[in-house]
Design a binder for this molecule. Structure first.
Ligand code: ITT
Length: 197
């Protein structure tokens, strides 16, 4: 299946392309006349609602543009901090832009819980059926920014299933199945393989 991924985030595109390569699906960024379309995202409603909203808007756009014979993918994700009642969640990208990783670290004062998790909701639609999956990656926030790999919160996120390094320090990339996105995409690939789809 040729899957057009509705995102402006190149980090998501390259990770997802690798994750789905073995399942025989190709993933490319949805571009209209060379530009990634921007959609309204109801961030206050959470990542599932944002993904649903992006999917509706994307399917309308494909129809308007006469783009056929492809599937469309949306994904919404975020980091949820125990210390702040799951903030920033769906607003992770915006918060990162506003206060940066240093800002997050300075808000987490000594003695505050450092537990956190990444969550992702991913959906694929061929215009008739829609498949949906989610993934969670539990971990904790590091004391300092470590490593420059990945994107977003990777340099301050230490996954529980790892070896103590932040995702930013993983030289080999983070496609070993433990990321929230990997889990969501692996579930999606499984659903797409299912004969009952
Ligand atoms: P699109 O909406 O265009 O797909 P975006 O980056 O704005 O791109 P989201 O709205 O889903 O994506 O925001 C997700 C943010 O959560 C992302 O920008 C990072 O700040 C953070 N995030 C999500 N997954 C991450 C990951 O695997 N590693 C690091 N940070 C991640």
């Amino acid at each position: 299946m040729r899957i057009l991924f509705v995102t402006s985030n190149q980090g998501k595109v390259s990770e997802t392309r690798k994750l789905l390569a073995d399942s025989g699906h190709t993933v490319e960024q949805l571009l209209v006349r060379g530009v990634a379309p921007e959609f309204d995202e109801p961030k206050e409603l959470g990542i599932e609602a944002v993904a649903n909203s992006k999917m509706v808007q994307a399917l309308i756009l494909l129809e308007q543009e006469g783009i056929e014979g492809v599937a469309v993918m949306v994904e919404d994700s975020g980091v949820f901090l125990d210390a702040f009642d799951e903030w920033p969640g769906a607003k992770s990208a915006e918060v990162e832009r506003q206060i940066g990783l240093e800002g997050i670290l300075s808000m987490l004062r000594e003695g505050m819980p450092r537990g956190a998790e990444f969550r992702a909701v991913a959906k694929v639609s061929d215009g008739v059926s829609t498949w949906s999956a989610e993934g969670v990656c539990r971990g904790k926030i590091a004391d300092s920014i470590r490593g420059s790999g990945g994107f977003g919160y990777d340099p301050i996120f230490i996954p529980n299933e790892g070896d103590g390094r932040t995702f930013g320090e993983w030289e080999e990339g983070k496609y070993s199945g433990i990321t929230h996105r990997a889990k969501a995409m692996n579930s999606l690939a499984e659903l797409l393989r299912s004969p009952s789809r």
